[in-house]
Design a protein around this ligand. Structure first.
Ligand code: 9MR
Length: 392
């Protein structure tokens, strides 16, 4: 799997890179070899022209966009300008969740606070962007009152009220809804692969079908998506997840449940060496054969364990983006690519996957000053190289 480090290749690496890689001393030969294999300073990440990602994607019939927090969008004019320039679709990172941080959509069982979502919809409309919803049914980001108030007697009614109210309010204005998020977890040990969640405990296995039917009734025009992570690599864990997700999708389709697309989150790892294009292609084809579209919904590449040197780090991250998207964009069922954030200034990974050396993480397309990085080039190149014709 690892490329041998030839003399020619070691010369390519140069002294700076070797010094950077030297920071890994003590972490073992295997890790060093992995980094060497991933870092090829000769790799060409050049792009032609300065067109935005949304324009490059659109010219191939693909939608590009990003997840952004409403507070960041409001407070940071430079970020807002970059989002308006690069994105053809916007998804709130927080605003549609039942409860996250200080801004709950569901402050209590009887009320809804749509202010953050409304602000983001307005921004999307002002800038001619599509708008998507994330997420209606998830085991995380539930309010504190949920545990105290929801029981087997009222769970169905509470879910129904939530979906009817939220989806109904934005009916006709939403490109797609992540109706159910992360419902599969083979590690939980159930034969159907379902994750053990409060929703499963309260409503049984029907809760997924039921949620999709409620969403379809509230907005017949929105594309309804099942969204999940851990589907990308050639590992036993990801293979089990792909198998269980396919089984779930087959079941939903066979029961006539209104589901239209799979959302593949694609939280990638810059250090991963188990990317297998054949396996990924096969999975995408299997999903497409069910008559479903595919969206890449939360793309980013963690640099948690990559060398500190930003030249080396940015190269490895860009390679991960481009290699992945080249494969994914071959599949014509893939209609959209969204990154989970746009600038390294704001990324969940700085909190969830911080670096041991405490350096700023660099998993996204723009640096903290909103300048385009190699990862931006990588994504632009993948759109440019895609052989698709604009179908719109
Ligand atoms: O990026 C999001 C982070 O700011 C929130 O604290 C967290 C909990 O709501 O969710 C993060 O987004 C997740 C997304 O909703 C679902 N897939 C995984 C994402 C990263 O954890």
């Amino acid at each position: 799997m690892f490329k041998k480090l030839t003399r020619r290749r070691s010369l390519y690496l140069g002294l700076g890179a070797l010094t950077a890689l030297g920071t890994f001393a003590g972490n073992g030969e295997l890790k060093r070899q992995r980094i060497f294999a991933a870092y090829d300073p000769q790799r060409d990440f050049s792009v032609v022209g300065g067109d935005s990602l949304k324009k490059r994607a659109a010219s191939k019939g693909i939608i590009y966009g990003a997840a952004i927090r409403h507070d960041h969008l409001k407070e940071d004019a430079k970020l807002a300008a970059a989002v308006a320039n690069e994105c053809g679709i916007l998804v709130p990172e927080w605003a549609f969740k039942w409860s996250v941080s200080q801004k709950p959509l569901r402050p209590n069982p009887d009320s809804f606070d749509f202010s953050a979502a409304d602000e983001m919809l307005k921004f999307a409309n002002t800038h001619g962007m599509l708008f998507r919803g994330h997420t209606l049914v998830w085991h995380e980001s539930l309010p504190k009152w949920f545990g105290d108030r929801v029981n087997q007697q009222n769970a169905k009614q509470i879910l129904e009220k939530h979906i009817k109210t939220v989806v109904g309010r934005y009916a006709g204005k939403i490109h797609s809804w992540d109706v159910v998020n992360e419902a599969i977890e083979p590690v939980d040990g159930r034969s159907d692969g379902l994750r053990k969640t409060p929703w499963l405990e309260l409503l049984g296995t029907d809760y997924i079908d039921y949620s999709f039917r409620l969403a379809a009734a509230a907005d017949p025009d929105a594309m309804l998506v099942y969204n999940d992570y851990g589907l990308d690599y050639d590992t036993r864990k990801h293979e089990a997840k792909r198998t269980a997700v396919l089984k779930l999708l087959e079941g939903l389709k066979s029961r006539g449940t209104p589901i239209h697309a799979l959302g593949i989150q694609a939280h990638l790892d810059g250090e991963a060496t188990d990317f297998n294009p054949t396996k990924l292609r096969e999975f995408l084809r299997n999903v497409a054969n069910l008559g479903l579209k595919i969206m890449i919904t939360e793309l980013d590449v963690t640099d948690k364990k990559l060398p500190l040197d930003t030249t080396v780090r940015d190269h490895i991250i860009a390679k991960a983006y481009e290699d992945y998207l080249n494969v994914v964009l071959e599949e014509t069922a893939v209609i959209a690519v969204l990154t989970w954030g746009l600038s390294d200034k704001y990324t969940w990974l700085s909190e969830f996957q911080p670096r041991a050396d405490k350096a700023q993480v660099r998993p996204l397309l723009l640096d903290a000053g909103m300048n385009r990085k190699l990862a931006w080039n990588a994504i632009a190149r993948a759109f440019d190289k895609s052989l698709r014709k604009n179908r719109s």
